[in-house]
Design a protein around this ligand. Sequence first.
Ligand SMILES: [Zn+2]
Length: 444
Amino acid sequence: MSCFTISAVQTVDREPAERDPGQCFWDPDVQTMPADQLHELRELRLRDMIRRVLERPVPLFARKLHEAGVTTAGDITGLADLERLPVTVKQDLRASEAEHPPIGDYRFVDLRECTRLGTSTGTTGTPTIMLWTRRDLRVEYECGARNWWRQGIRPGMIVTHAHPAYLYGGGPLLSGAYEYFGCLNIWVPPPDTDELAEQGMRMWMQVKPDIPFVGFALGRYFEVAAKLGLDPMKDVGLRIPSMPGAGGKGSPLATAGAECFAFLGGPCDEHNGAHLADDHTYVQAIDPDTGLEVPDGEWGNLVVTTFGRDNCMIRYDLEEACRVERTPCPCGETSSRGWWGGRFKDLMSSQGRKFQVAEVQAALATVPEVAEPSLEFVIVRPKDEHPPLALRVEADGGSDGDHTVTQRLAAAVRERLRLEATIELVDRGSLPRSGFKATRVVDT
Ligand SMILES: [Zn+2]
């Protein structure tokens, strides 16, 4: 059992202590810490982080502090003072790296004090560089471990994933977190090609993971298994997870991105949002017009401040939707809880209604003729509000003689999203494939 001591930064132990598999929490000292003590810990870590920004200095964040009239560490006494500070967005990080190559002027440590480098995927612009020290990784792994424990995973189990590797930072981070926790980590390649998908599946047939693969590319395995004459469930051991709920409630707020805080939180059995890593982060849902926090339970911009680690972020606005609740959770964890509502950049609008890809996906998935072995589709990005929304969906043979499939697809979209849509069926295999996050929105 760990013995918790209040400290401004996370200590770096060699390996985590053994736990009783029956205990409720990975780190009960922190996860059930009384509210006043947790508040005290966060403010201690926040003040230490602000002091480092000004003393080191960390130029980008020091400029932001000066903008808000903060010139000495004593000007920020607690979390409430954060509201005075301007937000930082991804474009600030890109500009910083362009002006101060290669790593920008927003780092708390030198390049050679770090032990890992990664880049963001660059799906929404130029990738930025992500850096972790040993302590930063330790903080991430500890917070990841809380999530695995909540999910019922225990050291000694066999887990698997297919995150991209090399410069993309996600794969090594996830592998590292599983290995730190004490799982056997089977890291298979992302199924970019049928051959790579087969490699992963053959390994799962040899060494069976206790937790079957769930990830962005699950549909690819179903597709390639069918081509190989394998039953994805019986032969490969895959299973279909329940569809994420579309609509206004949102999903548990699991991450603030590897560049800010990868293992931000996870849900408990109460399905009450994600318990957030309050000891290392301060998550706010803010009104972008005022910069002020919206009332608990309301949607705002996801803004995250991190502390108690080497590389930190102050008021990082991910340009995504979130809401926060601070009422007690029956499970006994004392942290705040967060929900994620999607990226604003991914929101599309048609016929006067805003919607996300996941909602279209959930509607199309109700029609088995296109959903099996895997649902492959694209949305043509609407240029204006006029109906209809144009969708291309893969189906066997690429056509539908009596139009019943297209009619049922259009009806599913109308019922779930209140949108008029035209469906073009295309042949299986004609839309581009991806081993990680598929492109679901095209311009023409
Ligand atoms: Zn809970």
